[in-house]
Design a protein around this ligand. Structure first.
Ligand code: ATP
Length: 891
């Protein structure tokens, strides 16, 4: 059902002049004073965000966790039935502390995700005070004049009044995925459905082709999309596949641990004849201690912190899973222009009159090549002379100015009456200008090979000649020579017509042209790109260049950047060769190619799929509207913040704020670090849990004093949490970019983490039990109960200390703690100090020690306890040493 706003005006049937008057605007746009007033009146142009949870709501939600409910029940039993009020209060305090941590983690993660959203504000091109400006689309007001281009997301509801082959895909509103041809002429029928309002452009829809201009008629929640509430619901991108995998594992673990707890309960009851309430509380504490309920939250927080780091390095994450996937990237498919190169074009060579010239040789203002490059050009010249637009085009305007050719003046005599905008499938664009009553000049510029296909004559010495195959070959040879020098080559052609064909499209216009000339433009490589390609290579990541540019230019630049070696012709393939290959053939041969030239955006999808069929994780860049499918198909779609279209940014998982290839490699490095740090947290927490369960299990079987529930809960829910989070912000380990990618199917437990959890958990348990055993055999007291009480205290302190020591072990999976700067992570140092204090308070502060059921230890007992902690480091150091020696031998 379509929800219609009440009394919404039928803007589509109002004459444009009426709308102009209604909003007191003009074709030159609003004035800045008007804009300020209207912004006050209408507010920001954005859809109001969904409901934000308050802290209280978040807090209450923490108590919905099954284990927490069980714990609360335990507190109740302890208090009401067993009259252990101190236990009840402490359990309650632990639960509340845990909930506060939960809220802290959740809000931190949410803030980070919110910040990301704000960073990706879409832009709009608007005419104000007579000038075209690029502004945040949130600043638009009704009455603004907006210019649309292929690749834009329509920023507000617009009444169009000028269009050039404008097509808009409106599936988000109408469900219709075929783009609609839009027109600037007023619709006269009285009642027209949304999909047929061809003189309107609606907020949130995608411009797929052409150009258009319109007046903003509604913004924000007043737009059509704003009226459809369900569209606003945010998609749930906040959990990652590995996180889901982890919570699934968590569920299985929960059942296993519940079974173990039940077993401990039974053994305690039957064998040790314990009080059932005490035993029940112990069993519940074990379950709470061992079930890794906090892990998914810790993973989210580490991922979210990762996104903040990344954004500081110009990589803006739009979807959280990208952080996780980044680290596993095997292949980077990158565009050339603007990503590997600077997209700062300068004309170096001109080929006109069938002669190749240096760019500093002055050209005659009547030179046809010079004229076409300026006329068939969409750059905007601002009042102050600055140039706005595609660098390829502005370079040509600058070249014109250098030769005293000023297009603004020329357009007054020969105005543009129509055009066919550029698209990367045709690889050309055309301007049609009028120079007499029935005389039009069609001027086309584009890829020379494509242009030549549409020419049958050439211009030399003001005369037209037939274009023979020989001539074509000569011209293409010049093109090749220029391309070999890594120049980007554009060709120019024209024709004169006396009648406008109908319809006006590429087939009716871009044919029977006269070839005029070419230019070769230099677009320097980004200085840091070569090093980044090399760094990626060392990390086992392959860089592939995919470009619309000419094969020879692409090869020359790829060689300079180290993507391919000198004369590696077999690694280069053109779009036309690619189109002759079946998908199966491409799958088989994909590893051979590193450079794809003159490809269409649709080919990118095939390349992504071919690599994915080899089980590789593919990151792919894209900037144009047609790149959106490839960006979606890739494991990580990478959009361009500066030169990318809004549609492509919207389809990507990550946007580069600086369009720079090197940023991708940095981001992968950061992604690897984040993944490694998550593994550290998991390894730390899970080995601790295992150690605890093991200790308790054996103590129960032996019939010894089990750790008090409050002791267990304190270690597990309070002191462990800080080091676990702090491990998530460990600095990047050296050599992280010397390892191979971890593989598509890896999980947080891959790379030896699972066995590490097991053996380290067992050692933690054994040391704790060892200390308990020592206390029994070298008692300070004579009283049996006191001896056990001491032993229990020592086991508690040992377990706590071991974990703080073990946190240092976990900092590197294979490196010794002596091979690293173990105090480099300030957060970690503080976490250890805080945890140490929290542990110390329960033992050393009078009053607390009673609540926590601990005795006073003497010096030798302290000595043993600390030795236990140190032993944990010594043993793990030995294991790491063996691993290092073993892996060196294995290599
Ligand atoms: P990449 O795909 O690496 O970004 P690219 O910019 O060359 O490279 P496209 O934008 O698809 O890729 O352009 C393809 C070809 O179309 C270019 O090589 C050039 O010959 C031609 N071309 C590019 N921009 C224009 C333009 N504004 N007008 C006319 N032709 C153009």
């Amino acid at each position: 059902m379509e929800i219609k706003p009440e009394k919404k005006e039928k803007f589509y049937s109002l004459p444009v002049e009426d709308i102009i008057q209604k909003y007191r605007t003009s074709y030159d746009g609003l004035s800045s004073t008007q804009v300020r007033r209207l912004q006050m009146e209408y507010g920001e142009n954005k859809l109001s965000a969904g409901h934000h949870k308050t802290y209280l709501e978040m807090f209450i939600e923490q108590f919905k966790d099954f284990m927490i409910i069980v714990l609360l029940a335990a507190a109740l039993i302890a208090g009401l039935i067993a009259h252990e009020w101190t236990d009840a209060v402490i359990i309650l305090a632990v639960v509340i502390l845990n909930a506060i941590f939960g809220v802290f983690q959740e809000s931190k993660a949410e803030n980070a995700i919110e910040a990301l959203k704000n960073m990706a504000t879409p832009k709009a091109r608007v005419k104000r005070d007579g000038d075209i400006q690029e502004i945040d689309s949130t600043d638009l007001v009704p009455g603004d004049i907006v210019v649309l281009e292929a690749g834009d997301i329509v920023p507000a509801d617009l009444r169009l009044y000028e269009t050039s082959t404008l097509k808009i895909e409106e599936s988000s509103l109408t469900g219709e995925s075929i783009p609609v041809q839009k027109l600037g002429t007023t619709i006269t029928e009285p009642n027209v459905a949304l999909g047929d309002q061809k003189d309107m452009a609606f907020s949130g829809t995608n411009v797929t082709f052409g150009r258009g201009t319109g007046i903003v008629v509604s913004t924000g929640m007043n737009t059509e999309i704003g009226q459809i509430a369900s569209m606003i619901s945010e998609n749930d991108d906040t959990t990652t596949p590995l996180q889901r995998n982890l919570s699934q594992l968590g569920k299985v673990l929960t059942y296993i641990i519940l079974a173990i707890s039940a077993l401990i309960f039974l053994i305690g009851m039957v064998k040790n004849d314990a009080n059932w309430i005490d035993m029940l509380i112990v069993a519940i504490s074990i379950a709470v201690a061992a079930i890794p309920e906090g892990l998914p939250a810790i993973v989210t927080i580490i991922l979210a912190l990762g996104t903040q780091k990344l954004s500081k390095r110009n990589a803006i994450i739009r979807k959280l899973p990208a952080v996780e996937t980044l680290g596993s990237t095997d292949i980077i498919g990158s565009d050339k222009t603007g990503t590997l190169t600077l997209n700062q074009m300068t004309v170096e060579k001109v080929y006109t009159d069938r002669q190749l010239l240096d760019s500093d040789v002055g050209l005659d203002q009547q030179d046809m090549t010079l004229r076409i490059m300026n006329f068939a050009n969409d750059s905007q010249i601002q009042a102050d002379g600055t140039l706005l637009g595609d660098p390829t085009e502005t370079a040509l305007i600058k070249f014109g100015q250098k030769n005293d050719f000023f297009i603004q003046d020329e357009l007054k005599i020969t105005p543009r009456v129509n055009d066919l905008p550029f698209d990367s499938d045709r690889k050309m664009m055309t301007s049609i200008n009028q120079f007499g009553d029935n005389a039009y000049l069609v001027m086309t510029k584009g890829a020379p090979d494509e242009i030549l296909k549409r020419c049958n004559q050439y211009l030399q010495g003001n005369e037209l000649h037939d274009l023979t195959e020989e001539d074509q070959k000569d011209i293409l040879d010049v093109n090749n020579d220029l391309a070999k020098q890594a120049l980007r080559v554009l060709g120019f052609a024209y024709k004169v017509i006396d009648e406008m064909p109908s319809p006006i499209n590429s087939d009716t216009i871009e044919n029977d042209l006269v070839f005029a000339g070419m230019v070769g433009m230099i677009d320097p490589e980004r200085p840091e790109a070569k090093a980044a390609v090399a760094e990626a290579k060392q990390a086992g990541i392959r860089t592939i260049m995919i470009t619309g540019d000419h094969q020879v230019t692409a090869q020359a630049i790829a060689t300079r950047l180290g993507i391919i070696s000198e004369n590696a012709n077999e690694a280069v393939i053109s779009g036309s060769q690619l189109s002759q290959m079946s998908d199966e053939e491409l799958d088989q041969n994909v590893e051979q190619y590193s450079v794809y030239a003159r490809v269409n955006p649709a080919d990118k999808v095939r390349i992504v799929k071919a690599w994915q069929s080899k089980n590789k994780v593919v990151a792919m860049t894209g900037d144009g509207v047609n790149d959106a499918p490839a960006l979606k198909a890739a494991d990580i779609g990478i959009g361009m913040g500066i030169n990318g279209t809004e549609v492509s940014k919207n389809a990507s998982d990550m946007v580069l704020a600086d369009d720079n290839f090197a940023t991708i490699v940095h981001a992968i490095k950061e992604g690897r670090k984040v993944f490694a740090n998550i593994q550290k947290s998991i390894q730390y927490l899970m080995s601790a849990n295992l150690g605890e369960v093991l200790t308790l299990f054996v103590l129960t079987i032996m019939g010894w004093d089990i750790l008090a529930p409050v002791q267990l809960l304190w270690i597990n829910l309070v002191t462990d949490t800080f080091p676990a989070i702090a491990l998530g912000v460990e600095p990047t380990e050296k050599g992280i970019m010397k390892e191979k990618p971890r593989g598509r199917n890896s999980t947080f437990f891959s790379g030896g983490v699972f066995p590490a959890i097991i053996y380290q958990g067992i050692i933690e348990g054994l040391i704790t039990l060892g200390v308990y055993y020592w206390a029994l055999n070298f008692p300070v007291h004579t009283d049996y109960a006191m001896i056990h009480h001491d032993a229990q205290t020592m086991a508690y302190v040992t377990l706590g200390l071991i974990q703080l020591f073990h946190a240092f072990n976990v900092k590197s999976f294979s490196k010794s703690i002596f091979q690293q700067n173990i105090f480099a992570n300030k957060t970690f140092n503080w976490a250890i100090v805080v945890s140490l204090i929290l542990l110390g308070v329960t033992i050393l502060v009078p009053g607390f020690n009673q609540m926590f059921h601990v005795t006073q230890l003497n010096l030798s007992q302290w000595g043993v306890v600390v030795l236990g902690g140190i032993l944990m480091v010594v043993i793990v150091e030995f294991v790491k040493l063996f691993q290092r020696v073993f892996s060196r031998k294995g290599n």
